[in-house]
Design a protein around this ligand. Structure first.
Ligand SMILES: *Cc1c(COP(=O)(O)O)cnc(C)c1O
Length: 448
């Protein structure tokens, strides 16, 4: 595959941008990332003219694919052409807020911001401000953007910043626990319960796996936070308006969080974040409350138009049936491919998310009878249950180097663009077709 132009562009980029990129993960593709010229349905065309089936979809925001339907395009162009923004409210943000409130049961009020990171920063500040407590429980391997309170590793007894530039004193207010480990989170609440402002959790770990919650885990988090007057904060930046359709993952799992952070899809492909929840909590934000929160670009008209029209289009068309159907086809097809070629590997994902985790151990070929048919559901009856990753540490033990250094490149050679490492989810869009799925399954067969 020719990539002379991408190489030349990366050479220029390296001279003027750290690592040649504006977001660290983009440099994960070695020796250099390819540069995209344009999108087309479920495909991207790179700077050298190579066409790839795109399962990255902007790392999550592009529910509809690269070709936006006519009403979405028209609304975006209208908003842009009338002057980009004003520093005073517009009808569009009221419309989008009403849409979210109508569809997500836990959300009575919402504030829009400009990124998922800004949403989780503001949610953590709100949780601390309204409870008068400092400690935040997070999941090891969970991702909540590039922010001080959550770039923390280690465990609840020994939290430490996971990035240079974050004081140890900040990290000490964060309590990391392993996902899906009830005993660990109960212990943390026993020890620190009265100091815990909230638990911040992706309902499905989507930046480290994908890892599905075991039965009862989210319920335990709900019960513990209720018992200790702490807040349960679902980070639905990825799962929001992707898993569980317009009701989001919280509807899918039947759990009502106190606060929810949104991002990605809710802006229809433009920079966005949002914090939603019960009215009296969200009113903790200035100007109604004393938790300061503001942003020059917040509620940007172009973003609001893109988000509103994307979600309206999804409500009125077969978007979720389409993406979830193809997701099911992919996961079921991959399960069959693995049964033949790599029975120890695990298919994960739900609705329009999918991934293969290169787990080192699993049931043997003749023990596969009765396994989850289209993505790991943490089913205790599944012959894979003892082996399938339950938390970030389990995923990290997979053949991550084979994934990144060998497998990713072989898929790209066959015209398939997968996310840049073992950890990030892959996404089906409305622009994808059954033919894309079939081509992709063939490519997996060759590359595995
Ligand atoms: C992407 C992501 C974020 C951060 O959003 P940005 O828009 O990149 O700042 C936060 N939480 C989760 C779960 C995410 O997937």
């Amino acid at each position: 595959m020719n990539d002379e132009r991408s190489r030349a562009l990366y050479d220029r980029a390296l001279s003027v941008m750290p690592g040649g990129v504006n977001s660290a993960v983009r440099a994960a593709i070695e020796p250099y990332p390819f540069f995209v010229r344009k999108g087309d349905g479920g495909h991207v065309v790179d700077a050298d003219g190579n066409r790839l089936v795109d399962w990255v979809m902007g790392l999550g925001p592009l529910l509809l694919g690269h070709d936006l339907p006519e009403p979405v395009q028209a609304a975006i162009q209208r908003a842009a052409s009338e002057g980009p923004m004003y520093g005073t409210p517009t009808e569009l943000e009221v419309d989008l807020a009403e849409f979210v409130v109508r569809h997500v049961p836990s959300v009575e009020k919402i504030r829009f911001v400009n990124s998922g990171t800004e949403a989780t920063v503001s949610a953590v500040r709100l949780a601390r401000g309204t409870t008068g407590r400092n400690k935040i429980v997070i999941m090891q391997g969970g991702y909540h953007g590039a922010q001080e309170s959550t770039l923390v590793e280690g465990d609840a007894d020994h939290p430490a910043p996971s990035s240079a530039g974050i004081p140890q004193a900040f990290a000490e207010h964060t309590l990391p626990v392993p996902f899906n480990d009830e005993a660990a989170v109960r212990e943390v609440f026993q020890e620190h319960g009265d100091d815990i402002a909230g638990v911040l959790v992706e309902p499905i770990l989507a930046n480290y796996g994908i890892v599905h919650p075991v039965d009862g885990y989210l319920e335990t988090l709900r019960e513990l936070t209720d018992d200790h007057d702490s807040l349960l904060i679902f980070d639905e930046v990825i799962t929001g308006f992707r898993v569980g359709g317009l009701g989001c993952a919280q509807s899918h799992f039947g759990i009502t969080p106190d606060l929810t952070t949104f991002g990605k899809i809710i802006g229809g492909g433009f920079p966005v974040g949002a914090i939603g929840g019960r009215a009296e909590l969200i009113e903790g934000f200035a100007p109604t409350g004393d938790v300061f929160q503001a942003g020059t670009f917040s509620g940007h008209p172009v973003t609001m138009a893109a988000g509103l029209e994307t979600l309206t289009f999804a409500a009125e068309n077969d978007v979720y049936d389409h993406v979830n159907g193809l997701g099911e086809m992919l996961r079921a097809g991959l399960t069959d491919v693995l049964a033949d070629q790599a029975p120890n590997y695990t298919v994960v994902g739900t609705d329009s998310m999918f991934k293969v985790i290169f787990t080192r151990e699993g049931p043997s070929r003749d023990e596969l009878e009765g396994q989850c048919e289209a993505g790991c559901r943490q089913d205790p009856e599944c012959p894979r249950y003892e082996y399938c990753p339950k938390n970030a540490a389990d995923v990290k033990r997979a053949e991550t180097e084979r994934w990144r250094r060998i497998f990713w490149g072989e898929m790209r050679e066959q015209g398939i663009f997968l996310s840049q490492n073992q950890f990030e989810s892959q996404f089906v869009s409305y622009g994808h077709t059954e033919e894309d799925v079939e081509r992709t399954l063939e490519a997996y067969k060759h590359a595995l």
